[in-house]
Each structure stands twice: as C-alpha cells, then as structure tokens.
Ligand binder design. Structure first.
Ligand SMILES: Cc1cc2nc3c(=O)[nH]c(=O)nc-3n(C[C@H](O)[C@H](O)[C@H](O)COP(=O)(O)O)c2cc1C
Length: 314
C-alpha cells in the first residue's frame, strides 16, 4: 500500500507473523528503470516472504523490472491491475489494464519468461460499466493463458472517472460472491480475496470458498490481528506473546535505522495502532505523535510510549 507498507512497516509486521506474505508499495517500472533502484528495492532479510508489486504496462519494461526484483531477492512479483488513481491511469496501468486482458497476458508472460519466481496479478472485480461477472471471468481466463495461476481480487469494482482512490476503496459495493464463483469455475487457480475484511472470523468464512485472504487497512490499523496468523492458518507457533514483545523487537531495528541516519518517526508511524483497544492506547499514540518526529528522538521515545500502556498483555 502506497506510503504505508514501507520497509519499516514490513519489518514491524514481520515481527507479528513469520508466515504471511507481505507486499511492498507499488513501484512503477519507470522508477526502477530510470530511478534509484536501491531506494525502491532494498529490504531487510527478515522481511521474507516478500512480494514486490509493480505498476506498468510495457512487457519489456516489466520484464526488466521483474528481473531486478529477482536479483534483489524478492519471493514474488505482483502486477497492479487494481489502482484507480489518475496518475496511474495517465501512465496506462493499474485498474485501467482490466480493459486490456491480452496486454496483461503478454506482460505477465514477458515477466515470467524473465525469472524463476512466481508472477501474480492483483485486480478488481471490474471497472466502470465492464462490471459483469463475465467481464472479470474473461479477464482472468485470458491472463491465465500466460501461465499465471494466482489472482488477488479486490472484491469491488473501480470507477475510473469521478471517484477518488479513497472513494474507490469504499463506495463501490463489495461483491464477494463474484470471487467465490471465480474459484468455483476456475478451481485450478489460486484465488485470494481482498476488500473490507476485518476479523479472523471473516477470514475463516472466506477460506471456505477461496485459497487465501489479503488484508490491507485492518492489518495496518490493527496490526496485533496478525499476531495469531501463524497459529491459525499455518500450524506454526506465533512469534510473540504480547504487544510489548513487539515493541521490544523493534528497538534494535530502530537503533540501527537511527544510526544509518533515518528518523524515529519513519518506523513508529506504522506502530500507532499496536495497542488498539488496550488501556493506555491513546496515551501511547499521543506520546508518539508529540515526540517521535523530533530530530533527536531515539528509540527510548518508543519504549517510554509503550510504558504508558497498562492492562492485559495480550
Ligand atoms: C493508503 C493505501 C494505499 C494503497 N496502495 C496500494 C498499492 O500500492 N497497490 C495495491 O494493489 N493496492 C493498494 N491499496 C489497496 C489495498 O491493497 C486493498 O486492495 C484495499 O485497501 C482493500 O482492502 P482492505 O479493505 O483490506 O484495505 C492501497 C490502500 C490504501 C488504504
């Protein structure tokens, strides 16, 4: 998620679950082929398994960017066919690509031919008036001709004129049934559902119909939700016992970041929701808001903020 799933955010989320696949922000092919590759692609080894999401629509450029991703050690590359922003539309990628399934198929084919890691697609259930189930089915069937077998479906359509990106995450209704039907009709594909999912109970219901669940905003705002992912879905021990453990895990990372010239706020801004619904959550957030942005703020600021939280450890 742009500006949210930065490498600092992903390092934090990785403390909460060792198993869930994490995604970068979308990076455009232009940024990689003509920009600062290290700035866009560097990540901590601890972040694995990690997917790089690309934005683009030129098969040759996407192939080059995918090759870079593999060289940098990413576990998967995902092509964005769901973002509705004007900037992305002007660049002829994101959600407007759903109108060009053959082009997406060719892009994915070129990307796959360049690497050994999986290449996946994230898309909507439709765009504008092309919002019948059959439109999405045609898109997926055509793209799957490339050999792509994993589709992450944001279960609401994108409206490309008139709605802001934020409205496009809220206004068009969620149609989970479209995603379930896609899995029923194309059972050989991995279908991952996304959009509006907030609880483990909801995840478990969706998993009766599809192969996986992707959480965006809820995972970001209420990250402790992820602390049960490993035991619930992967049969593994959860990595942390308490929210305070999560803070403790972040302190050495933050010290290293600060030593490298980064600001405390770059890490702590993703942790604001850690104590959601706990006694002292407001005091934690307020303390960080007031102190973490200061130029000389050290990791002690985070430790002091966490010390303001009482109540049950979990
Ligand atoms: C701030 C923000 C940035 C986002 N950036 C991206 C992005 O870069 N690529 C993408 O595929 N989706 C992006 N999304 C959409 C989410 O991945 C997700 O599809 C959407 O929020 C619906 O899922 P949710 O209800 O679980 O959040 C973004 C969402 C938000 C809130």
């Amino acid at each position: 998620m742009m500006d949210w799933t930065t490498r600092e955010c992903r390092y934090f989320h990785r403390q909460l679950t060792q198993q869930a696949l994490l995604y970068t922000e979308m990076v455009t092919t232009g940024a990689l082929l003509f920009g600062d590759v290290e700035r866009h692609l560097r990540f901590d080894d601890a972040e694995h398994p990690l997917a790089l999401q690309l934005g683009g629509s030129d098969p040759a450029d996407l192939a080059k960017a995918t090759k870079l991703a593999e060289q940098w050690g990413y576990d998967e590359v995902n092509l964005n066919c769901g973002c509705p922003s004007d900037r992305v539309q002007n660049g002829q990628f994101g959600a407007c690509l759903m109108a060009q399934p053959e082009l997406v198929r060719d892009c994915i084919k070129a990307m796959q031919d360049a690497v050994a890691i999986p290449v996946t697609v994230k898309h909507r259930i439709g765009i504008d008036d092309a919002d019948r189930y059959e439109d999405m089915l045609n898109f997926v069937v055509t793209v799957a001709e490339s050999g792509c077998d994993t589709f992450i479906v944001h279960a609401r359509k994108a409206v490309l004129g008139g709605l802001s990106p934020k409205q496009n995450r809220e206004v068009p209704p969620l149609k989970y049934e479209y995603v379930y039907r896609l899995k029923r009709e194309l059972p050989q594909l991995n279908i991952i559902i996304n959009g509006g999912i907030k609880t483990h109970q909801e995840c478990e219901l969706h998993l009766q119909h599809v192969d996986g669940v992707m959480l965006g905003r809820e995972a970001y705002h209420n990250p402790w939700l992820m602390a049960e992912v490993d035991s619930r879905y992967f049969g593994q021990a959860d990595p942390l016992q308490s929210r305070q453990d999560a803070v403790a895990k972040m302190l050495p990372f933050i010290d290293a970041e600060l030593a490298a010239g980064q600001r405390l706020f770059y890490s702590t801004r993703h942790m604001m929701g850690l104590f959601q619904a706990q006694n002292g959550a407001k005091a934690f957030k307020r303390f960080l808001s007031e102190n973490a942005w200061k130029a000389d703020a050290g990791s002690q600021v985070l430790a002091d903020a966490a010390a303001l939280v009482g109540g049950p450890a979990r």
